[in-house]
Design a protein around this ligand. Sequence first.
Ligand code: PGA
Length: 254
Amino acid sequence: MRKALIAGNWKMHKNHLEAIQVVQKLGYRLDPADHERVEVVVCPPFTALRSVQTVIEADHLLIRLGAQNCHWEDAGAFTGEVAPGMLAKLSVRYVIVGHSERRRLFGETDEVVNRKVKAVLRHGMTPIVCVGETEAERDDDVAEDRVAAQVARSLAGLDPEVVAGLVVAYEPVWAIGTGRTASPDDAGAMAALIRSEVATRWAEAADSLRILYGGSVNPGNIAGFMAKRDLDGALVGGASLDPDTFASVVRYWV
Ligand code: PGA
């Protein structure tokens, strides 16, 4: 009942010309049956969104467009920022919000994340809300508390019918870009905890909310995560940059 979702987060990689090539190649490698099974999203840098949108539309690709961030205001004196309405106009469907790199390097708090989540929703897009503990938090045995608090604060004030359509990505910070992954069991257990945390606040939403795992996902380990009952997909960084590799992640059952 929850459709699988595999999203590629390209981070600060690929200029718009490179991005066009990647999405075209990815389009060739996936067939309609793959898209039936998995919703496939690519999240290029802002400068490539328009080009990728154009390729998706011209080639009638079933790949969906995502962005990596946005501001929470609709317009204003915010030099260097991008408004959610600008993304919606480019047919962006998903926006990654609160990625750990944004939290750690750009000072985003749960309160900022919450504002961005609401802004994304206001413009008819779906936030992919990232949560996850640091290595120190894991060592101190507070990972579950930390993740539960991030979920509660990032989604504060939302109605249950809205929460039902959201995507939450569990990304342990120590597993991102490191080649180390959470075990499928640990990631599945954290996803179950996230779902039960959602159930305590938005009972009706818990069954439909989609939960992704992120952190060094690759073609060799994706199937283990997808087998977990509470995991509905993955947020993929490094392994999404090459279209062959990303297509193998998407076709995880092959
Ligand atoms: P990674 O990144 O797959 O390169 O670890 C994941 C992410 O940051 O979303």
